[in-house]
Design a protein around this ligand. Sequence first.
Ligand code: NAP
Length: 298
Amino acid sequence: MKKLVVLLLFGFKGLMIFAQANDENRSSADGSRPYALVAGGSKGIGYGIAEALAKRGYNLILIARHLDTLQAAKRKLESVYSVHVEILTIDLSFERSANEIAQWCKDRNIHLKILCNVAGLGGANDYLSFPLDSLRYMVRLNIESCMALSLTLMPLLEKNTPSYILNVASMAGFAPIPVKNLYSATKSAVIFFSYSLRYQLKTKNISVSCLCPGPVFTKPEIVKDTKAKLGWFGMKMALDPGTVGEVAIKKTLRKKLIIVPGSLAKISSVVIRILPRRWVVSLYGRAGDKSKKRMKSS
Ligand SMILES: NC(=O)c1ccc[n+]([C@@H]2O[C@H](COP(=O)([O-])OP(=O)(O)OC[C@H]3O[C@@H](n4cnc5c(N)ncnc54)[C@H](OP(=O)(O)O)[C@@H]3O)[C@@H](O)[C@H]2O)c1
């Protein structure tokens, strides 16, 4: 009897997930496939996200500054998955970009179901050694473009509910990090924005998620920086962009709010959020000072 109840429960859960998956990827009234827009989708985590979406049958709009990487991404995704990929070369840090992108989508009556705000500037140099232009660029790209695109594309997402917004922050957004002062501040803004926006859009049937990964090896500088600042622990915590993209989309479609891929990163993020802020800032501060000294002596 017990076994029968367990079997029925699992069967029911399976049916619910199947129904949800079908609903997620429902075609529009004219039978066309839904679109997902990935702002910063030509490489790195954005490409991982684009691939996870293509796997699930979504047509794509990829945005980045460089045409060559966009074209390479389009060729790869269209040849492996039978989806259509549009590419737009746009600098997301420009004030006019959010309106231009929304107009482009409206003119083509794009059946937009998912918006992924991925593009962001990180790097080892931060605040005290930053020229004012770079500071403004980071704030505009990491915060403003995500908030502006969410607003200008909302009417399209509202037309195609249930729909989804995925904002890419970082584990760095859970803590004040002196050596990454500005970066962690911009990412915490993205996390807070996502929490509030999710609440505001609940009644509109638009789900908001926020991806907060630890280190993701998208380029050699990140491998070097992770080794220097976080050592063995950081190297164990690091993931590849394909895995991060897959986890991000799976959980976004399940309407999860905060997404931290990887068990070690998940545990660390819980600890960071529980500890008092002044302890966390001092821990990160000391780790940063040590790694600076190590780098100078090597
Ligand atoms: N990698 C990590 O360890 C890590 C960890 C936590 C969070 N994150 C966050 O994840 C996001 C992606 O990081 P990533 O390492 O995958 O970066 P990435 O490999 O450098 O890729 C960034 C993507 O965004 C595009 N992009 C960059 N600046 C742009 C701009 N001004 N306008 C339009 N497109 C732009 C890039 O194409 P173009 O260069 O051609 O424009 C590319 O498609 C960022 O928000 C980052 O803060 C990364």
